[in-house]
Design a protein around this ligand. Structure first.
Ligand code: ADP
Ligand code: ZN
Ligand code: ZN
Length: 754
């Protein structure tokens, strides 16, 4: 007798658990883990889910529903991916369905992915050279047709006996300068024929391959140290100063893996960074190199997905450069993951779930493949550096820049004093103006960093101090001069610039503070001959805008580039010698236990863009607090002191890496109800975790899109495995969810919040 079989299925829902369905006997035998199936769920809804397990254990509920349909003949995700999904859901306290939503390219596209077709033209049959010469001769009377045929022969390199090699019709038209009618005339005569072929949607690189660069002696030492440590350890942190050539070392490590037939994942925190590195990688590794990030269209994503899964060494991708979501690609044989700029906060997903940290998940993914992980940074995260001290990770340090160029000279400019002495010109100190002027005189380039976009962070009534705030968020509206509107940076709501104060009705609202847009405006006034551009979220909305700005800067069509953190990391410009940090204060004063670490990293990173080739660069940091300890450490490029200071603080006040944190945020549209429910959960959690529960409290931004917010922070001891504590947290939340009216709450859990 054959037992009834069941399948456990992941559905793209925020409902916890897997769902068990019966496998009807007439379902195709292709059903197995990793294929998609259609199932009914909750009333009449149909969902497609992923099969993760097949077994013969009947579930302990009645009326088990049946699978309706199998969508794939071969699995769309492999077993290692399923394991990663499970790990992420357990570690980050989300559902596998939420991971599935983040991981898979759009459902419709995987369902009915349509290859793109293009018309190609080829010779109608295998002509001999003599025949072709005769034809060309006869075509003397139709010179345009003769041109087309000559073009085709030249483009395909055809001689009798060789392959016919079809040529794209578009290319042939362009090359011969002929019109479509001419090609049609030749097909009519039986000389040419046309056919439709599937083509890639992705820009293909030329498959030239430069040998990898020879490493400098210091780089070679670092490289061998990494290799040696990787014999015993799975993870090595490469702490190398900016422009020490970390990327070149990665290239050597990649080369080795590809030669062994392994795949490599190279992760970067921002799309903007992929622009330059992809060219550096393609130069060496050619067409097996692919890029993956959210700016691709769904059909493009599916094509990349298929290329990663394709194990054909010529057609498949062996090296992927990507941002955090590239973790979810269907790798079959990873040998190495590189997480560059590993300290970067952009690796943590905030919203929606899964709120995963891509660096930490990458380490797990590597472990699932028996692969190694290299973390790289000029200013590692406290967590990672601490892991080298406690022996979990290996550590390799590289303290000199390539070409023995000195690290940039840092100048601290005191804005308070400059204001007092009336030396400020707009938002610029004399030190910064002097440095810019000097660089412009030598035709060198400049980057100005300001971590706020828009023109001014808020506007104010000078009479009574009234400030416009978003009608649905507890934040000031930012003034954007380009569009002439106030914009809420939390919900995107825009409104007109008020002509009068809404409180005292006086006219003459004034702008306060400054963002990138204002800096752009004012620098143009101070340096009217300089060519100025801006790179921030507002100027990079189109798919290719990053490329365009970076290219123009590389080609020296821009003298001064102003930008947010987007320009602070990873970019490598030959002629850039001066970097200005316009306001270090708002980095340092951010209310977060990581603020000091982050501001050190940001300043070190942005400084690192200066003077990377022939000569030492110069960095001007503007601050009202020149004695600030972090600023002094940046001045000396003193990472280790910064690390020690932070570790001491975190040990004293019990913060990561000395504990784990879970932050729960609870939202409700009614303040009183939010208070009730958050107190309820706070109480439940305190029963279990006692004093390790902080809150509930109102976060800095206490309302977004009309939802009031409260947060509760739980500190879990490092020493014990966190799984049990996490289960207790989930249980407490489930008790809250059973409270009357609790379905109108929104609850988000953030493990290791950043
Ligand atoms: P990092 O990643 O540490 O910031 P990069 O790898 O970008 O440093 O190196 C900085 C610059 O020096 C790049 O332009 C790079 O091409 C060049 N460079 C580094 N190492 C070498 C090398 N061994 N040979 C030639 N050029 C190198
Ligand atoms: Zn007023
Ligand atoms: Zn808003």
């Amino acid at each position: 007798m054959i037992n009834t079989l069941f399948a456990d299925i992941i559905l793209p829902l925020a409902v916890r658990g897997r769902f068990t369905y019966m496998i009807p006997s007439d379902i195709p035998h292709t059903i197995r883990p990793g294929v998609r199936v259609t199932v009914p769920f909750g009333g009449r809804n149909l969902y497609s889910g992923i099969v993760c397990k097949i077994h013969d254990i009947p579930p302990d509920f009645k009326n088990v529903k049946s699978i309706l349909n199998v969508l794939d003949s071969i699995p769309v995700i492999n077993e290692t991916q399923l394991k990663l999904w499970l790990w992420i859901s357990e570690y980050y306290l989300c559902t596998e369905g939420e991971v599935m939503k983040a991981a898979l390219p759009s459902e419709e596209c995987l369902n009915n992915y349509k290859p793109r077709f293009e018309t190609f033209i080829e010779l109608a049959r295998d002509f001999s050279d003599n025949e072709l010469n005769e034809i060309l001769d006869k075509l003397k009377k139709a010179p345009k047709q003769q041109d087309v045929l000559s073009s085709l022969i030249r483009l395909t390199g055809y001689t009798s006996g060789s392959e016919k090699n079809p040529v794209s019709k578009l290319l042939l038209l362009k090359d011969s300068g002929a019109s479509v009618g001419i090609i049609e005339a030749l097909t009519g005569k039986g000389i040419l024929s046309s056919k439709s072929l599937s083509v890639t949607r992705l820009t293909e690189s030329e498959s030239y391959k430069d040998p990898v660069k020879e490493l400098s002696p210091a780089q070679a030492v670092a490289y061998h140290s990494i290799k040696k440590q990787l014999i015993e350890k799975d993870i090595v942190l490469l702490h190398g100063v900016t422009s020490s050539g970390k990327t070149e070392i990665y290239i050597h490590l990649i080369d080795e893996q590809l030669k062994k037939g392994k795949q490599v994942l190279y992760m970067l925190p921002e799309i903007a960074l992929t622009t330059q590195i992809i060219l550096r990688l393609k130069k060496h590794f050619g067409a097996v190199t692919g890029v993956y990030h959210s700016r691709f269209s769904d059909p493009e994503k599916v094509e990349i997905w298929k290329r990663v899964a394709d194990e054909d060494p010529l057609n498949g991708y062996r090296l992927i450069l990507g941002v955090r979501s590239s973790l979810f690609l269907p790798f079959s044989s990873l040998g190495l993951i590189i997480v560059d700029e590993e300290h970067d906060g952009s690796y943590k997903q905030h919203d929606p779930a899964p709120r995963y940290h891509a660096r930490d998940s990458a380490i797990m993914l590597a472990a699932l493949h028996n692969a190694k992980t290299i973390l790289g940074s000029a200013s590692p995260s406290i967590e990672s550096y601490n892991n080298t001290i406690n022996g979990k990770y290996g550590l390799t340090e590289l303290n000199e820049r390539f070409g023995l160029i000195k690290l940039p000279d840092i100048i601290i400019a005191n804005t308070r004093e400059a204001y007092r002495k009336k030396q400020m010109v707009s938002h610029f100190t004399p030190e910064l103006l002097h440095a810019i002027d000097d660089a412009l005189g030598k035709e060198e380039q400049i980057i100005l960093f300001q971590n706020r976009r828009g023109f001014s962070p808020y506007i104010e009534c000078p009479e009574c101090g009234w400030i416009p705030v978003c009608f649905q968020c507890a934040v000031n509206m930012t003034y954007h001069k380009g569009i002439g509107k106030l914009v809420c940076h939390y919900c995107g709501h825009t409104s007109d610039m008020p002509t009068k104060c809404e409180s005292c009705h006086s006219t003459g609202m004034v702008t306060r503070g400054f963002g990138t847009e204002k800096i752009e405006d004012e620098i143009k006034i101070v340096f009217p001959d300089a060519r100025v551009a801006r790179m921030d979220q507002d100027t990079t909305r189109n798919k290719n805008s990053f490329n365009k700005i970076i290219r123009s800067f590389e080609e020296r069509r821009i003298d001064i580039l102003i930008g947010t953190q987007m320009i602070s990391k990873g970019l490598d410009f030959e002629n850039l010698t001066v970097v200005g940090v316009l306001n270090a204060d708002n980095l340092l004063n951010y209310p977060d236990f990581r603020a000091h670490e982050r501001s050190f990293q940001l300043m070190e990173q942005v400084s690192g863009r200066a003077g990377r080739r022939q000569k030492q660069g110069k960095v001007v940091i503007q601050t009202s607090d020149p004695a600030n300890k972090i600023v002094r450490m940046v001045l000396r490029h003193d990472y280790v002191s910064m690390f020690r200071m932070q570790v001491d603080e975190r040990m004293t006040f019990n913060y990561p890496p000395f504990c784990r944190m879970v932050r729960i945020s609870i939202k409700h549209k009614e303040k009183a109800l939010l208070n009730y429910y958050s107190d309820f959960l706070g109480h439940e959690l305190k029963e279990i975790f006692g004093k390790r529960v902080l809150g509930p409290e109102s976060p800095v931004i206490s309302q977004v899109q009309l939802w009031y917010i409260k947060t509760i922070l739980i500190k879990i001891e490092r020493e014990k495995p966190p799984a049990k504590a996490k289960q207790l947290i989930i249980k407490a939340i489930e008790r809250l969810e059973k409270e009357k009216g609790a379905s109108s709450l929104r609850i988000a859990i953030d493990v290791d919040p950043y």
